[in-house]
Design a protein around this ligand. Structure first.
Ligand code: NAD
Length: 353
């Protein structure tokens, strides 16, 4: 049976950029069917819900979700449950999307956009894998209480179960098999019991992946190494809180928010694929948004949920080619380049395919 993708464009620049990714997927001629669903503010406008029942049903009947972006000033005053980002959070929860994959790639042509020296980042290609559904962000008990000394005291609980660690470790080793076969697990095992368990379980899971090189690093050192010598890493796997911080740090190494894709996967390789940026209300409708992060998200979708490695590689090669040809959208522009808008960038990628 042919594969199906649910396309949830969302708000702001979401529709402008996802349509370019859809064109690219169609051009590959893989016989994939795609159907659109409303989400975020668009879902609220269409059906009074940021995740309408029809959209959820569409996603359940699909093999993966291609997601644009949600949110915008028009929806800021809505009650929390009706806010656009609830659409995103509910999808993550519903499909148990526990593995967040964020590649940070620096194309040689864009190395100047980084705040680090070009030679430190040029050619960087690392994947941060963040656990997304557990850790101190969800652990109980938590709260603010009055302690015995009569002082206010805040507390949270860092916790991970063995099975939660096992599944994210597996995802990391599997992802490394599609890359340079090196995994660095980041923890704070010298101080935190939870992350000592993390390290122990990662080592256990590694026994099934003898072809992958495993190393361990404390999170404080990892934060430092990411700016000192980021090219030493291939796959970094870490918990929710450390991953939250390190993935933002890594994305900024590239300096170009319009270039970075992401994926959130569950145990069945079902996933939601989206650019890391938001709905960019400041440039919506101007035809200048960079569609490459979304196009690269489509490549990840083909690789991780549809098993179409060759097609994913073709998209990524086409993106490299258009950058080498000098095509740039406004966010990554530079003197002497061929500055183009959203549609023309999509055209250039199609031509390069
Ligand atoms: P943003 O990522 O939308 O924009 C930040 C800046 O980057 C803006 O100047 C924008 O013009 C620029 N930018 C972003 N994507 C671009 C692209 N593809 N091409 C060119 N320039 C691009 O973040 P923000 O301004 O903080 O948030 C705007 C809205 O997006 C808010 O409603 C926020 O809640 C929402 N948001 C949604 C997501 C998501 O859907 N996953 C993520 C972050 C923010």
């Amino acid at each position: 049976m042919g594969k199906k993708i649910a396309v949830l464009a969302g708000d702001g620049i979401g529709p402008e950029i996802t349509v370019q990714a859809v064109r690219v997927i169609e051009a590959l001629g893989l016989g994939i069917s795609m159907a659109e669903g409303a989400v975020g503010g668009a879902g609220y406008d269409a059906a009074g819900d940021p995740l309408p029942a029809a959209t959820l049903a569409l996603c359940e009947a699909s093999d993966a979700i291609l997601f644009g972006a949600v949110g915008g000033p028009k929806y800021d005053a809505l009650p929390r449950a009706m806010r656009p980002e609830q659409g995103l959070l509910r999808l993550r929860k519903h499909f148990d999307l526990y593995a967040n994959l964020r590649p940070a790639i620096v194309y040689p042509e864009l190395a100047h956009a980084s705040s680090l020296k070009a030679e430190v980042v040029a050619g960087l290609d690392l994947l941060i894998l963040r656990e997304l559904t557990s850790d101190i962000y969800f652990g109980q008990p938590r709260g603010v209480r009055i302690n015995e000394a009569g002082e206010r005291e805040g507390f949270d609980t860092m916790r991970y179960t063995e099975s939660e660690i096992r599944r994210i470790a597996k995802t990391a080793f599997e992802a490394a098999r599609k890359r340079s076969r090196r995994v660095c697990s980041v923890d704070k095992a010298n101080v935190l019991e939870t992350t000592q368990l993390w390290r122990d379980v990662v080592i256990e899971v590694h026994k099934d992946y003898a072809d992958i090189e495993l190393s361990h690093m404390y999170v404080d050192n990892a934060a430092m190494q990411l700016v000192r010598n980021p090219k030493q890493f291939d796959v970094i796997v870490t918990g929710n809180m450390f991953g939250d911080i390190l993935s933002d740090e890594a994305s900024m190494l590239t300096g170009s928010i319009g270039m970075l894709p992401s994926a959130s996967l569950n145990a069945k390789s079902f996933g939601m694929y989206e650019p890391i940026h938001g709905s960019a209300p400041d440039i919506t409708g101007k035809g200048i948004a960079n569609p490459l992060a979304t196009i690269l998200s489509a490549a990840m979708l083909l690789r991780y949920s549809l098993g179409e490695e060759a097609a994913a590689g073709r998209i990524e090669a086409a993106v490299r080619k258009v950058l080498a040809q000098g095509y740039r959208t406004a966010d990554i522009t530079e003197p002497g380049c061929r500055q183009v808008g959203t549609v023309a960038m999509g055209d250039a990628v199609l031509a390069a395919l």
